[in-house]
Design a protein around this ligand. Structure first.
Ligand code: ACO
Length: 325
């Protein structure tokens, strides 16, 4: 048996509203709200880095679990906006938290599905050998996007979310995790510069390519709805449950219209689907653990509740997890 024994989250203090964006680029609160449901998002302070966000969420999860850094046996950090290119953010985090010389690694590049994929890896590792694993989703995307590209910049925010997984029972038993990838759709959402195909050069930087996020918004929208709803159905099938048994669905918070379409496709009622995209925007791999942490803090999840997490991300990846509280 695998369980989550602690939850944590963190959002930076600086609030960036739609009004703020309308002073920087040619956009309006009306456009952003009607297309995305986002009203504001948080941006990290100039002296904050990915590691700072991750460390605060991790410390909150440790406190929530009644554990210390010494109790952690492994760390997985899901992020597309790492502290540096090499080494991974997890190495820095292991030292910052004061953990033993345990194995740590990043799951990078899987966009907003990274955290739920991390749960899948952690669960398999715990089945193999009982241990406590800290799984984090963190994103500091405001520093890596082109603020002048109104088609993408207004969508995102910075945040971190964390859980601690353990063998045996805990606050939420992980009943099942499913994940999938369709690499034929790898080109619909990319941050290309910096890899071997498009190395980071002075010429690339002069063109602004180092901050170029390419997104086919409509195709991402279609795939997101199809995959996030499909994987919820699959994970419920696997545990022999139906939508009526689910107390709360915690979807990746990319866009309110995507979340609404997923709920509609599944036949879920409004209060079965958790939403905080209005306050934080799309926080990438931090979105699902942050929402899970908030839903818990708000007392929306009670003992006995079945909660389903669902996410999609660049790749194109998707993943879902069924949690029995
Ligand atoms: N403000 C004002 N106008 C804008 C803005 C903006 N911020 N951004 C784009 N526009 C304009 C466009 O230039 C376009 O103008 P045109 O018709 O003169 O060419 C017009 O608005 C319509 O643009 P569309 O792209 O057709 O708008 P659409 O209704 O498709 O909405 C959106 C765009 C919100 C991006 C939508 O496609 C979407 O939600 N897609 C999914 C995106 C997403 O969630 N990505 C996830 C990122 S990563 C992840 O979560 C894995």
């Amino acid at each position: 048996m695998t369980a989550i024994v602690g939850f944590g989250g963190y959002v930076p203090e600086r609030v960036m509203t739609n009004e703020d964006w309308s002073k920087l680029v040619d956009t309006t609160d009306e456009w952003i709200t009607s297309r995305t449901g986002i009203k504001e998002r948080r941006f990290a302070a100039d002296d904050e880095s990915t590691l700072d966000l991750a460390a605060i969420a991790a410390e909150r999860a440790l406190k929530d679990a009644g554990l210390t850094a010494d109790d952690i046996d492994e760390i997985i950090v899901a992020t597309d906006t790492p502290e540096v290119y090499t080494p991974d953010t997890a190495s820095f985090l292991q030292y910052r938290l004061g953990c033993r010389n345990i194995p740590t690694y990043d799951l990078g590049g899987s966009g907003c599905a990274g955290f739920v994929q991390g749960l899948d890896v952690a669960r398999a590792r715990i089945h193999f050998e009982p241990k406590r694993i800290l799984v984090i989703g963190v994103e500091l995307i405001s520093r890596l996007i082109n603020w002048e590209d109104r088609a993408t910049s207004v969508l995102f925010g910075d945040a971190a979310g964390a859980v601690i997984m353990d063998s045996g029972s805990g606050r939420a038993e992980v009943l099942a995790v499913l994940a999938g990838t369709d690499g034929s759709k790898a080109d619909i959402l990319t941050l290309q510069t910096g890899g071997t195909r498009h190395p980071f050069t002075a010429e690339a930087a002069a063109r602004g390519d180092h901050q170029r996020l390419d997104m086919n918004g409509r195709e991402v929208f279609r795939e997101a709805v199809r995959r996030m709803s499909g994987v919820v159905e699959d994970v419920l099938d696997q545990i022999g449950k139906r939508l009526e048994d689910v107390a709360l669905i915690v979807p990746h918070q990319a866009n309110l219209r995507i979340i609404d379409a997923v709920g509609k496709k599944l036949g879920a009622s409004e209060n079965q689907v958790y939403v905080n995209v209005d306050r934080y925007g799309n926080t990438g791999s931090a979105s699902v653990p942050l929402a899970l942490w908030e839903a818990n803090e708000e007392g929306l999840i009670k003992e006995g509740d079945l909660v389903v997490l669902t996410a999609f991300g660049a790749g194109f990846h998707w993943a879902a997890a069924a949690l029995q509280f």
